[in-house]
Design a protein. Structure first.
Ligand code: SF4
Length: 471
């Protein structure tokens, strides 16, 4: 999509925000109260970033933030479909919000995100949840204002789901959840087709944003006082493919690291098959690139990795982590692991456990395999649930043992912490993260959320540290 067309579309959507804004004004006058809106987000950081764009549009239209789903005049659910329980959660919420609409007849309920790219789910909503007014997908989040305006001005049921798109619409208003950190999309979609994964079917083909647009957005964030950015993509390592400029993720990361004011850069998600030496070098040379990488392993068995279509071997993965540790000695490595992939046997699980012990992960998101309709693995013979549960427990036990040994290596050290908020359990304390992403709780002592402070990590409590600010 050309820059011109992107700007034209941005202009169009902002016009719809203003038109919808007039209706909001009229209704607010008629009700003698402001109108409220809420976006409920499920799933990954890509979804949270999309919700910040929906919230940005709602703010421009004049909606105030609702304090509860029930209070909302516009209620949007941004959905995830990576695992089965994501579906259950959405239908549970749709069941509950019907009652809210009985009280507020003009309430507009919308559903968007990855689940809306699945026809069987959309058909079910149309049939079983007629109180849903608006449906749109992952490829036209940018058109939310146009669709909401259509609903507010013409009424009726509005649904618009694109099969795919080459569009990347820049510079739409966003409402950041945090003032000191933000996610920045660098690319959309995925071409890897791992056999268990639904993402390529719901997020489409890979398309990268232009490096200049990304760096501009990082500079604007820095001007707004943002200190930490998270570069987002389903597989950031394939960033740049399809662009007419010769740019790689490593080059983009280096440029991002040079932006004044950005004290910490994180990125996710990396795929081991194309994590380059160039990237490892850039990480080693730039202190403000977080000393943490999330590198999904999924399985430690070559037989299962092949069946998953992952394009790397256990030895290849292990040597990559050794390269990372050599180049960035303090690095924390976390991962994703799937247990119960079709055909997986006891030896495959032992191979996975062996890799967990060899690499020494700081943490791992461990999931039981969940068949997703439409993926290649969903057509394979599924394993017995009891057998999967047994293996899952074996893997989880190892993950916890290794993570506990690894994560306490910073005990006694003074490290820089970005204050992210109040400790939920104790308002006299702050909670924040070190560059390695470990959580630290410590007494407030005059600093503010968003500050970077030196903290001595006194005691490791497994998933977090207790610490003391070092003036
Ligand atoms: S890399 Fe594989 S697991 Fe990750 S989003 Fe793409 S298809 Fe899914």
């Amino acid at each position: 999509m050309t820059k011109d067309n992107s700007l034209k579309e941005t202009k169009r959507q902002i016009e719809f925000m203003h038109k919808a804004g007039k209706i909001v004004e009229q209704r607010s006058k008629a009700l003698s109260r402001p109108l409220y809106a809420m976006t409920v987000t499920f799933g990954c950081q890509m979804n949270f970033r999309d919700s910040e764009k929906i919230d940005g549009a709602l703010r421009e239209m004049g909606f105030l933030k609702a304090s509860s789903e029930e209070q909302a005049d516009v209620l949007i659910y941004n959905t995830c479909t990576v695992r089965e329980n994501a579906d259950k959660r959405l239908f549970g919420r749709l069941g509950v919000c019907k009652a809210y609409k009985n009280k507020n007849k003009n309430m507009i309920i919308g559903v968007c995100g990855c689940m809306m790219q699945e026809k069987q789910v959309v058909d079910r909503i149309k049939k079983e949840y007629p109180h849903v007014d608006l449906i749109f997908g992952t490829h036209n989040i940018f058109a939310f204002s146009e669709l909401l305006y259509k609903k507010m001005s013409e009424g009726g049921f509005v649904a618009d789901i694109l099969e795919s798109t080459d569009k990347i619409v820049e510079d739409l208003p966003t409402e950041r959840k945090y003032s000191f950190k933000t996610g920045i999309n660098i690319m959309f979609g995925c071409d890897n087709f791992c056999t268990y994964c639904i993402v390529p079917y719901v997020r489409g083909r890979e398309r990268s944003r232009k490096p200049a647009d990304i760096v501009d957005e990082i500079k604007r964030a820095a001007d707004d006082g943002v200190k930490e950015i998270m570069l987002l993509g389903q597989n950031v390592n394939s960033y740049g493919k399809g662009l007419d400029t010769d740019v790689t993720f490593a080059k983009l990361l280096k440029e991002a690291a040079s932006v004044d004011g950005i004290r910490r850069i994180r990125f996710m998600t990396s795929h081991p098959k194309d994590l380059s030496d160039e990237l490892i070098e850039v990480m080693a040379e730039n202190e403000n690139i977080a000393r943490h990488i999330h590198l999904p392993l999924q399985s430690g068995s070559d037989r299962i990795l092949e069946a998953m279509n992952r394009h790397y071997t256990r030895e290849g993965y292990i040597s990559l982590t050794e390269k990372l540790k050599k180049a960035v000695p303090d690095i924390a490595i976390t991962t994703d692991i799937i247990v119960g992939f079709p055909g997986e046997d006891v030896q495959d699980v032992s191979d996975t456990i062996d890799v967990i012990e060899q690499v020494g992960f700081d943490g791992a998101f461990t999931f039981e395999y969940s068949p997703r309709t439409g993926t290649a693995a969903a057509k394979m013979e599924q394993l017995d649930k009891g057998f999967v549960q047994e293996n899952f427990d074996r893997v989880l036990k190892t993950v916890h043992k290794v993570a506990w040994e690894r994560s306490r290596r910073f005990e006694g050290r003074v490290m820089e912490v970005l204050i992210e908020g109040e400790d939920e359990k104790d308002p006299e304390r702050y909670t924040g993260r070190i560059s390695q992403n470990n959580v630290v709780h410590f007494p407030k002592s005059g600093y503010h959320v968003g500050d970077l402070v030196q903290v001595r990590l006194d005691e490791c409590r497994g998933f977090y540290y207790n610490g003391t600010v070092v003036p």
